[in-house]
Design a protein around this ligand. Structure first.
Ligand SMILES: O=C(O)CCC(=O)C(=O)O
Length: 275
């Protein structure tokens, strides 16, 4: 039986980025915010998360897909665009605060920013998210001005799969990536050299979040705890701009050769918009 989701709790909680936070993000390409919303709001989002990942939802639109690759079935699953089915996710204090931060961190007017979300369940034993830039997963036909805001649904440790960042890596531009598994699994790892010893691990208490630029190298470790890790990242972006020539992203070409080229669409605040 699918259980009903509780009404969304009212959350007045408002935060504003400081000049130091903006400076830190520009310099390092990531930022930790210790509290971005209330525990009550996270508990409500967690109900939606658990509903989407429940066996009853498995065959439905928006159901999680297996991202375990060849490493073992269903230890890592990901559901895209939960806000299409649950538009109330767009009305949260979390999103209001994260969008305000995004505008300041990217230096653009807030009215130009839209978002799309995804939810990632990393079961005990679930694989690492290999070192990558988010931009590497996107479409070569577009230029992006974007960042990710990563929100766990509970306290998060390095061992459970907290975010790790390479400071300043966003200033290197789009790096070369390669497929970690078969191209159809679409699990990328950066191929250019970087120094993993520079990684900064960002454990959080529930209610905290991290921001990272779309070209910041980041990673999460395998979940070696006995508890599932529930993360709800939101990607905030200015409307992508079509390029005169596609960017050189041979790993995307490799995947398209296997799975085909999907029609270009953007998901803008819960709506599919042809690109
Ligand atoms: O949650 C994870 O393990 C990885 C998330 C990630 O790479 C992202 O949100 O950009």
């Amino acid at each position: 039986m699918t259980r009903a989701i509780s009404p969304r709790p009212h959350a007045d909680f408002d935060i504003h980025p400081s000049a130091d936070e903006i400076r830190f993000f520009n310099e390092n390409g990531y930022l930790v915010v210790e509290r971005i919303t209330t525990d009550a709001e996270i508990a409500w989002m967690r109900e939606i998360f658990e509903h989407i990942f429940s066996p009853d939802e498995a065959a439905k639109d928006g159901a999680p897909i297996d991202r375990s690759g060849t490493g073992g079935a269903a230890r890592l699953t990901q559901a895209f665009f939960p806000e299409i089915k649950f538009p109330e996710l767009l009305e949260t204090a979390f999103r209001r605060n994260a969008k305000r931060y995004t505008a300041a961190l990217l230096g653009v007017d807030e009215s130009r920013i839209s978002s799309w979300g995804h939810m990632i369940l990393k079961q005990p034993g679930g694989r690492a998210a290999e070192w990558h830039q988010d931009h590497a997963y996107w479409q070569p036909e577009f230029d992006y001005c974007a960042l990710g805001c990563w929100l766990p649904m509970h306290d998060i440790s390095k061992e459970m799969g907290a975010m790790q960042f390479i400071p300043g890596s966003h200033r290197r531009g789009l790096l070369h990536h390669r497929h970690q598994d078969l191209p159809e699994h679409n699990v990328l790892r950066v191929a250019d050299a970087f120094d993993e010893a520079e990684a900064v691990v960002c454990p959080l208490k529930m209610g905290g979040a991290t921001f990272h630029h779309s070209e910041t190298l980041h990673y999460t470790a395998p979940n070696t705890t006995d508890r599932p890790r529930l993360a709800f990242p939101t990607e905030f972006q200015v409307m992508p701009v079509r390029r005169a020539e596609p960017a050189v992203m041979p790993w995307v070409d490799e995947r398209r050769a296997v799975v085909g080229t999907q029609p270009a669409v953007h998901v803008i605040d819960g709506k599919l918009v042809p690109a």
